[in-house]
Design a binder for this molecule. Structure first.
Ligand code: AMP
Ligand code: ZN
Length: 469
């Protein structure tokens, strides 16, 4: 457990703040999940990987984390597409929900504790709307029920939007319904019983819930009226998260969430990667690449910095992941010298400390990675100079352990076929040498040299590394 304090940039206060959870040692966090109307794209996964980084970092800090991610399995798009395809809403959304969970696993995004589906929490949403009705912040128009935001004085405290300008400008909510004030948003949408659309009975008539009420009702159910962290992409700040605050705080009268963290967008050619622009990649489009490289790429720039996606970037990330795994193998395979290398021990300890300090500072992962790479460089050169000792190895192991539990790009051994091939060639070369077949032994050494593999014959075994690391 690493006890230094964590600082996060809070969208609500627009400042970095020290993180203090409501319950000592525990973190309750809500993350807006996918709408399962098609495959999630890697822009979505940038946000989900940022949330994974946050979750894993908090666990390394010793917190017990309870994370909730909703699955939006009813909205305009899921309904429209399922009706067009003539399948039930459930059949339609289940396919994409499964694909989403498969993708999470491929990208090693740790499982949240709860994945509530919207369609299974309609009762909770109805109850929340009933409380809002009781508190007189709703009105009905043309059969639908709306939140009247003029009744909630704190409206706008998260997004700091200048409403004077917005009102005179364009619409900014996607709900195509008539409302009294452009800022108001729908809580319950009337549906036409003839249309065949999925709908639920409620005290407000037959209809279905709006999108915003879903996250409020489900977060309250699983995390309580007030909790620690709420996350999402920056596009969620307004109106979605602003509306979540209005719904919960108008119901409970208490502060809903203490820390709001938002990830910047992944871009392509300097435009937001999005379904509507058609400029997106799903994991299926990138299946030729190592998924750990995609994970690494999406995670390696600071979550509040915009990031431009390129295929070249994925290729570079593949090289980095390979080098990191080569380093892990070398650390384990290299012989240790007897004399303690004090200078190296000091460097490793120092870089580990700086690695944590960088993460404590609003998850500054790019700076943290810089310290990992300095450590790798120092250790690699000590190994080449035969100056890698026991104590240094212990310190490296500690660093690697923490790094693996946060960044998690260690290859599964069985998947590492390149290494298997090298090991096989080395075994064949040693057998050739034992049989005094020096011609074959030299041939193999040349094959390995072409692959940039340098071999070192030790007393007990032959070790190898990739040149230039
Ligand atoms: P959606 O399925 O559209 O509700 O999005 C799921 C999550 O992905 C939300 O937290 C969005 O804010 C986030 N998101 C959508 N597009 C991008 C993008 N291009 N870059 C980063 N996050 C995104
Ligand atoms: Zn949400």
């Amino acid at each position: 457990m690493i006890e230094s304090p964590a600082f996060f940039y809070n969208t609500l206060s627009q400042k970095k703040e020290i993180f203090i959870p409501l319950i000592n040692g525990e973190v309750r966090m809500y993350t807006c999940g996918p709408t399962v109307y098609s495959y999630a794209h890697i822009g979505n996964f940038r946000t989900f990987i940022f949330e994974d980084l946050l979750r894993r970092y908090l666990k390394v800090k010793g917190y017990k984390v309870t994370q909730v991610m909703n699955i939006t399995d009813v909205d305009d798009k899921t309904i429209k597409n399922s009706m067009e395809q003539g399948v039930s809403l459930e059949e339609y959304t289940k396919k994409y929900e499964k694909a989403f969970f498969d993708d999470l696993e491929i990208l090693r995004i740790e499982k949240a504790e709860h994945y509530p589906r919207a369609t299974e929490h309609v009762d909770e949403m109805i109850n929340l709307i009933k409380s809002l009705e009781k508190n007189k912040v709703t009105y009905k128009k043309d059969g639908s029920t709306y939140f009247r935001i003029s009744e909630f004085k704190d409206y706008g405290k998260l997004s700091k939007i200048d409403f004077e300008n917005v009102i005179s400008g364009s619409r900014y909510d996607s709900d195509e319904y008539e409302k009294e004030d452009v800022r108001d948003f729908v809580l319950w949408k009337k549906t036409d019983s003839e249309s065949g659309e999925p709908s639920w009975d409620s005290p407000f008539g037959v209809g279905r819930p709006g999108w915003h009420i879903e996250c409020s009702a489900m977060s309250m159910k699983y995390l309580g009226n007030s909790f620690d962290i709420h996350t999402g992409g920056v596009d969620n700040i307004f109106p979605h998260h602003e509306n979540e605050i209005a719904q919960v705080e108008a119901c409970t009268g208490k502060k809903f969430v203490n820390y709001w963290l938002h990830a910047e967008h992944l871009k392509v050619d300097n435009q937001k990667m999005s379904k509507s622009l058609g400029n997106f990649y799903t994991l299926r489009d990138l299946s030729e690449f190592n998924p750990l490289a995609i994970r690494y790429l999406l995670l390696s720039s600071h979550y509040r910095a915009k990031m431009n996606f390129t295929l070249d970037g994925v290729r570079q990330a593949e090289t980095t992941v390979k080098k990191y795994n080569e380093f892990l193998r070398r650390v384990n395979d290299s012989p240790l010298c007897n004399e303690v290398n004090g200078e190296l021990v000091k460097n490793i300890v120092n870089n580990f400390k700086e690695f944590i300090i960088a993460l404590d500072d609003d998850l500054n992962i790019s700076k943290a990675l810089g310290h990992l790479f300095i450590m790798i460089r120092d250790v690699n050169s000590a190994i080449s100079d035969k100056k890698f000792d026991n104590v240094s190895k212990d310190k490296v192991d500690k660093f690697i352990n923490v790094f693996n539990s946060i960044v998690d790009i260690e290859e599964n051994q069985s998947a590492d076929s390149d290494n298997d091939e090298i090991e096989k060639l080395i075994a064949e070369r040693n057998a050739a040498r034992n049989n005094r077949d020096f011609k074959r032994a030299d041939e193999i050494r040349d094959i390995l040299k072409d692959k940039n593999i340098v071999i070192q014959d030790g007393k007990e075994k032959t070790t190898w590394y990739v040149d230039g690391q």
